[in-house]
Design a protein around this ligand. Structure first.
Ligand SMILES: [Fe+2]
Ligand SMILES: [Fe+2]
Length: 192
């Protein structure tokens, strides 16, 4: 058998986890920009609003928490072990996640109402979107600049373990729909 036919069966070095996390950040930027576009509309009775709000709600309710769990439960403990100096940064980033959760506790019901009824108090919605964007966008930029470069220090075993945990987190248990499972009609919206 030729070497080229064997290639798919030869173990490859595990991918850089930082690349997976950066890909999630692109989705965060995309859905945050979507929220900002809704908030900037002169009138929330625009017919495009309910479906855009439903899609944003699904991502921020289901996809974003998976990403935060990826960072807090899969990445952070391993980075603490190989780069102990990043402990204070990780503490701060985990605190940011809780602040983002608190902000979403206000914003998600508004998105649900927008999706179903097509109206919420516009100024309140704009303020919530602005507050979330102000937390989220600097947070992910900081992770990209200060945290993800440290992934270069992770061992192959750590990289494999992180990759498999990210997949497991998005895999439904038998008979139990999983929050991150894309559904028909809203493809990919729940992915982190
Ligand atoms: Fe984060
Ligand atoms: Fe992140």
């Amino acid at each position: 058998m030729s070497l080229s036919r064997l290639a798919p069966f030869v173990a490859r070095p595990p991918a850089d986890p930082g690349a997976s996390f950066r890909a999630c950040h692109e989705r965060i930027r995309m859905f945050t920009a979507g929220l900002q576009r809704i908030a900037a509309l002169p009138d929330l009775s625009d017919p495009r609003v309910p479906s855009a709000a439903a899609q944003a709600r699904r991502y921020f309710a289901e996809g974003l928490p998976l990403h935060a769990d990826d960072e807090d439960l899969s990445l952070a403990p391993r980075l603490r072990a190989v780069a102990p100096e990043c402990g204070p940064l990780l503490d701060e980033l985990e605190r940011d996640h809780r602040k983002i959760d608190a902000c979403l506790a206000t914003l998600l019901p508004m998105l649900g109402t927008l999706a179903e009824e097509g109206r919420v108090p516009h100024a309140t919605f704009r303020a919530a979107v602005s507050f979330l964007s102000g937390l989220l966008l600097p947070h992910i930029a900081r992770e990209e600049d200060e945290l993800f470069p440290l992934c270069a220090r992770l061992s192959s075993e750590d990289r494999l373990a992180i990759a498999s945990e990210l997949v497991a987190r998005r895999t439904p248990h038998a008979g139990t729909p999983h929050a991150g499972t894309p559904q028909a009609g809203t493809p990919q919206a729940g992915r982190a």
